[in-house]
Design a protein around this ligand. Sequence first.
Ligand SMILES: [Zn+2]
Ligand SMILES: [Zn+2]
Ligand SMILES: [Zn+2]
Ligand SMILES: [Zn+2]
Length: 511
Amino acid sequence: MDHFADDSDDDLPTLEESFQVALGGGGRTLRPQRDKGKGKAVEPSGSGHKEAGRRALGRPRDRGKGKVKAKATSYSWEANYKRSWDAVQEDESGGLAGAVKSFLDAAKRRRTAAEASPVQRGIIRHLVLILDLSEAMTDKDLRPNRYDLTLQYAREFVAEYFDQNPIGQLGILATRDGVAEKVVSMGGNTVEHVQALANKRKWEPRGEPSLQNALEMARSSIAHLPSSNSREILLIFGSLTTCDPGNIHDTISALARDGVRVSVVSIAAELKVLKDLSKHTHGRFGVALNEGHFRDLIFEAVPPPELEASDAMDARAMRKRRRTATQLNNEGVDGGSNAEDEEDDDEFYDGTDLLSMGFPTLLPFITASKATLCSCHSKFRSGPAFLCARCGAKLCDVPTDCPVCGLTAVMSTHLARSYHHLFPVSGYKAIRWADVDADSPPACFSCNVSFPERSKDDADVDGHLQGQAQGSSADGYAASSRYRCPKCNNHFCIECDTFVHDTLHVCPGCC
Ligand SMILES: [Zn+2]
Ligand SMILES: [Zn+2]
Ligand SMILES: [Zn+2]
Ligand SMILES: [Zn+2]
């Protein structure tokens, strides 16, 4: 059993998942978790509300440093796996490989099931990532410590964010010593962002964080954006305290009024103010249980957020108001750009929101000796450059909003890569043994790996585990290892299912 615990690979079932199964099968209550890393059992009185918060969530925080002192109590991960055996049935040879595989499959399915139905999403994103770099981030409860791990995940997040949101923009702020500092200003350059986050020395954690200063700074950089852009803040907060100049609730109301969505990942504990913040602004809130869960919470912000019906209505209402104010009379006609329409480039056409975009012209590479003035930095610059399709201003980088005429400048490839969010591949349905017959394909349509043969007691395992892991057989994992595309009816293996939905975004059978 040791190798499950030592291996913190993402592919293994997380403790939380096995814990859910354990509750479902055994129905027993949790034993108190031991304090992580320090080898002490947690006293009932609690050692600060951080531990209390963790205990209340029933999360395993054991890190294995205190092996010597605490031999009497088993580690929480051991306890979890022991309980989970209640729900697991051995296969014919008495092994548990089948049961472990079912956990893995269920976890993979859960990841892919999330993005199944087509919804309206705001793909022109503006997100501000706020990092708490206060002294609390030097805590070592996440390995190697909170600060290093946060920077590492933030770098991975930036890369993934720009990969999935080619026409999105990102800014990064930090808060320490009671003030907010700019790490990288809003932009679309992956290299610039990753480089800024690689500088560990410069962003050494110290002092107290200031939630309000950071939020106000983030708000001021996105509140002015036109309504067709999604305005988001992702806050990674490790401290239990904040040092604010005024009333934080005023800031929260201002964020809600400006339509900024704030999602919070707390590393320490569930704080009321953070929860209120995300609730009032329709964001997400999560407390990191361990390194893997921390990463998952951050990466939840990668796919573009769904537009709520009210968001779309608000945006339309706001545009209509502006239009009435400027007394435009060419509404509903393909009027292109109008002098009075510079404030917001959107068109209102037959109930549909349209947004004007331009494909800029790529200039021949400019050598250092022939540097020309750019409109975005107001500096003489060499290297690759573009010309705005509408006004002809020189731009250093796309995608961007032209600083002169406000036109959104994108490449057609950016648009193509954003497309899959709007029309996701429909979720594959798990196939039960009962539905597998002689006519079923013998191998995966995509990778041609043979599906397993049905053995005697598979039927029981099928129903038993599906109910536990997912609740419904349609979304759950299939013991038959077959997943069917609802459109082309081809059968796929779980690896291809995950690959199609996470990476490819096109069904190989349908296209
Ligand atoms: Zn420039
Ligand atoms: Zn322009
Ligand atoms: Zn396959
Ligand atoms: Zn298909």
